[in-house]
Every structure is written in C-alpha cells, then in structure tokens.
Design a protein around this ligand. Structure first.
Ligand code: EPU
Length: 332
C-alpha cells in the first residue's frame, strides 16, 4: 500500500525535532510499490529516510521524501547453531534486537537501543560497543531504480567499512529487506569500554543481561530523542596516520585512542570535550553534557543553529589538534 502526503511537516520524521516541510512524503508497505512510485514520480528528486535518527533537515525539501513501512520477519534457514532471518526495512531496529534476544538469537545484542530502522542498519553499517551490522548481515535486498529490478546483494559486495557502505553513495539502490545470520550459541562480546565492570559475573553473563547492560550504559550517556532532540553521534571518529598520532600523543598522553589497520582512531567526543564544548551551547543548539559527540536541540532549535554549532566545533578541533572531523549526520 502506498500513502502520499503533500506539503507535510517532517517534525515527526526526524529525531532532532527540526520542523521542515516536504513537498511530498510517500510511505509504502510492499517492495513492489517502489515500481509504481518511481514510475509515477519519475523525475522528482527524492531522499529516502529511515527512522530519521541520523539526519538534519537544513531547509524545506522540494522533492519526495520516501519512507519504508515494509514489515515482517521471515526465517530463511535454521540449524542447531543459528538462524538466518530476512527482515523488512521498515521494522524498528531495537524491536528486532529485542525479538532476537527473546528467542536466544545472539549477535546484535551490543547494538541494543540504537534508534532507527532495519533498512538503515544496512545503509549506515550501524555500530556500537564492539559490534557492527556488517558482521551479521548476509544479504541486502534492494530495488534498483536504474533498471526497475530487484537484486540481492551479498554482504561482501556491500563495500562495508566504519559507518560506510555502497548504499550511502549509490542512491539508485533502495533497501527493501535485510538478511542477518544470528547464532544460537551465545559468545558474549564484553571487551568494549566499561561493560565488564557492570556485569554481576563476567564469566556467566546471559544474553538478556548483556542487552540490559548496553541499554543502561546508553541511557546514562545518550539523551533520549523522545525527550531531547538529537541524532546520536553527530560526528564520526577520525582516523589519523601513525605519524600524526605520535606527535599528538607526546603532547596529550591521556588521549584515548584505538589502533586500526589504517592508522589510529581518536574519539571525536574527547577532542570536542578538550576544546571546552561539552555542555555548552550556541543559541538553542547544544553539546550534550555526558557525551560531547552528541549535539542536542535545547528546544526550538533551528537547523541553522545546529549547523553553526557544528561548524564552530569543527573549526575549534582543527585549530587545537589539526584534525578534521566530519559529521556522521546527513545534512538534507
Ligand atoms: N569521550 C570523552 N568525552 C566525551 C565523549 C567520549 O572523553 O564527551 C571519550 C570516552 O571517555 C572514551 C572514548 O571517548 O574514552 C569513547 O567514548 P564512547 O565509548 O562513548 O564512544 P564514542 O567513540 O564517543 C562511538 C559511536 C557511538 C557508540 C559508542 C559505543 C561513533 C561516531 N559513535 O562513540 O555510536 O554508541 O561508540 O560503541 O562511532 C551513534 O553512532 O549515533 C552512536 C551513538
């Protein structure tokens, strides 16, 4: 089923709580609806959203905003070790995590409480607490606008990297379903940050206890978008070369860092905090007091105020550390 809305406020379609208007909003419940939509609105510019938790509308959108309402979970195969499930792109991500945990399917419990929808998990390669969507995705089902066909793209052809995939760039692909392989043999991944210290007994952790712990940590650090407008991490964590890192580390020996294959990752939250921005604001846009990587709407913030705050932070980080940080949030 296709539902269309003209000149509609997008306030309820972005977690930042920015009030922009779209010329057209189209929601659909079946993959096959995409054929009809793209033949009806052939030449209209479009942008596909998910739960709206990683976007910033900088002005009204004079085109078509698309939103998937494709639901459903289908078990594709099942063995004694695990299960392969195909899920509709419009399913709420955390509802899916809760479903998996309640069925004792493990692999995505560390991704608990991430806002957004299943489709976006495959586009953005969502990640948290040592886990990434790409590690459990097997196939991504897409509609290809270019030739009007449906395709199944195996995970190794998705060009996955940190918060990166081909779907972020090849806008002709619309994700309709995502297939994940989950395990029935739970091996807890508790190496990240302070997870261990929160567990009753780190050698005897259950799947649901790990989910609850992740939820607890997130609730402490990250503002609830239902209460305070935000889009999670506003910036990506930069990766710098070993040479750049060595120089900085001499000056800032307390700097947290993670050695990667291609350099050293430095938490942008730390860089921003060192610049004195944590808990500060510019107009109605602010930096969260518990996690400097998150920009918040203090109430009635305009997109302009958020963009100004973002630019001021980018400039200060560049000036103090010589590092370029880039928004993870997509500006529309
Ligand atoms: N840090 C600070 N000050 C801050 C924030 C962080 O010093 O204000 C330091 C922390 O002390 C820690 C390090 O930075 O040493 C990392 O902090 P944290 O564990 O909070 O993670 P992050 O790197 O800031 C990333 C993801 C989050 C994800 C967490 C946990 C990105 C852009 N963000 O944040 O993802 O939840 O790790 O895995 O990679 C999101 O993408 O929206 C998101 C919330």
């Amino acid at each position: 089923m296709i539902s269309t809305y003209k000149n509609i406020s997008l306030l309820n379609y972005n977690t930042f709580g920015i009030d922009a208007t779209a010329a057209l909003l189209v929601e659909y419940t079946e993959a096959s609806d995409l054929k009809t939509i793209f033949s009806t609105y052939k030449d209209m510019p479009f942008f596909h959203i998910g739960g709206g938790s990683n976007i910033l509308f900088t002005r009204d959108y004079d085109g078509m905003i698309l939103h998937s309402r494709i639901m459903g979970k289908e078990i594709m195969s099942e063995g004694s070790d695990g299960v392969v499930i195909k899920v509709g792109a419009g399913e709420n991500w955390d509802d899916f995590v809760a479903y998996c945990v309640s069925h004792n399917y493990s692999g995505i419990e560390n991704l608990s409480l991430i806002p957004g929808e299943v489709g976006a998990s495959a586009v953005q390669n969502i990640g948290a607490y040592g886990a990434e969507a790409k590690d459990v995705i097997t196939n991504v089902y897409v509609y290809d606008i270019n030739d009007g066909s449906f395709k199944v793209i195996p995970v190794d052809e998705c060009a996955y990297a940190y918060r990166e995939s081909r779907f972020k760039h090849e806008k002709n692909f619309i994700v309709t379903h995502v297939e994940y392989r989950l395990s029935k043999k739970f091996v807890p991944d508790i190496a990240y940050g302070n997870i261990k210290s929160r567990l009753k007994d780190e050698n005897n952790v259950t799947l649901s206890e790990l989910r609850d712990t992740i939820i607890e940590i997130r609730k402490e650090k990250l503002p609830d978008p239902a209460v305070t407008g935000n889009a999670g991490s506003f910036f990506m964590n930069p990766v710098v070369s070993n040479e750049v890192f060595e120089k900085l580390y001499e000056k800032y020996p307390q700097m947290p860092h993670y050695v990667m294959g291609n350099g050293v990752k430095i938490p942008a939250g730390w860089l921003i905090e060192q610049c004195g921005w944590k808990g500060k604001s510019l107009g109605n846009a602010g930096v969260h007091k518990n996690q400097a990587l998150v920009l918040i709407n203090l109430g009635g913030a305009s997109a302009r105020e958020v963009v100004n705050l973002s630019s001021a932070i980018v400039n200060d980080v560049k000036e103090k550390f010589g590092i370029d940080i880039h928004p993870e949030v997509y500006f529309i």
